[in-house]
Structures are given as C-alpha cells and as structure tokens.
Design a protein around this ligand. Sequence first.
Ligand SMILES: Nc1ncnc2c1ncn2[C@@H]1O[C@H](COP(=O)(O)OP(=O)(O)OP(=O)(O)O)[C@@H](O)[C@H]1O
Ligand SMILES: [Mg+2]
Length: 173
Amino acid sequence: MGKVINLFADASTTSKSSIPKLNQNTLYILIGLPGSGKTTYANKCFHSKDILIVSSDQIRQQITGSSSFNKGDTAPTLQIAQKIIQEALESGLNVVWDATNIYKKWRKDFIKIAKKNNAKVVAIVFNTPVSICVKRNNERTVEKQVPNEIIVEMSKASLSIDKREGFHEVIYI
Ligand SMILES: Nc1ncnc2c1ncn2[C@@H]1O[C@H](COP(=O)(O)OP(=O)(O)OP(=O)(O)O)[C@@H](O)[C@H]1O
Ligand SMILES: [Mg+2]
C-alpha cells in the first residue's frame, strides 16, 4: 500500500462537538484512469464478507448487456450505483466504489452518501502513468477497451485530492 494521508489531522482545529460520530463502516472511492489497475486491486485487496465491491462496469453490463465504455449510460449507471451504495452502507457493510471517479464532480454525490450514513470515506488514488494505462488498454479485449483519446483527456485532470472534498483519508497507490 502507498502513502496514506490522514485528513483527520485537521480535527485538532475543529471543536469536538462539530465532528460527526463515525460508524464503523467505510466507503472506499477508487480514483484512477481506465487501465490504472483499480479493479485488479479491488479484487485482490478487498475480499471479505463485509465488503461490497460496486463496479460501474458491472452495472453498465447489467443495464446494456455490454461493459464497453458508453457515455450515454453514465447517468443511469451512477444512479443505480448510488442506490446500492446507500443501501449497503445503511446495512453496515463497507463498500468499494470501483469507477474512474476522475473528476471531483463525479465523486461529490458519493462522498455525500457516505457522510449521510456517518461512514468513513477513503480515497484510493491510482497514480499509474498514462502511457502504462494506454498500453494496458490496447492489450485488453476489444469489449473492454476504452477509446485512448478518453484516457488522454482524463489524464489532464489533477489527481491530488483537495481536503475540502471531505475525504477522511487519502491513499496513493
Ligand atoms: N499492478 C499491475 N501490474 C501489471 N498489470 C496490471 C496491474 N494492475 C492491473 N494490471 C492489468 O492492467 C489491465 C487493467 O487493469 P484493471 O482492469 O484493473 O484497470 P481499471 O483501472 O479497473 O480500468 P477501468 O477503469 O477501465 O475499469 C488488466 O489487464 C490488468 O491485468
Ligand atoms: Mg475496472
């Protein structure tokens, strides 16, 4: 595991009564380019009965019959993911949200759901170089490939996480 940044450090400057009491469960939000290794990592590191991996690819597969990248099904995919994550956190499970989550606006509603459930919210950031992501993408089966120009476009986004987003912890892989 890479560098861990504990954003609870800021709590010392906040009055104790304003810090919400956390439940035991955690929402892990994976953040990384297509091909950066998110799903591989999740399957390797999060296999426990009390952890649910929610994958945008799997939901897309269920909705459209294909896990291929398709901009048009993003909204329903996200809506379903949010419902599942809400229910899972509510019932005390830990959840891994496996999607690119590259942009802050894509993460916002998921962080909100974690906070609503008093769950801890942890970012796991995959800093895999874009050239490696593109190489791995080209080596995938056609069904699993993402257009390379999308990966390059996404790589322009900064992967340094702003404390104000609300993560309790940020782990860089
Ligand atoms: N640490 C690693 N070393 C070498 N190859 C890896 C590593 N992690 C993942 N891979 C390979 O890279 C490819 C992409 O990995 P993976 O599917 O986990 O990426 P992803 O971030 O989930 O991509 P996507 O966002 O498109 O779902 C796979 O073929 C996987 O086997
Ligand atoms: Mg994946």
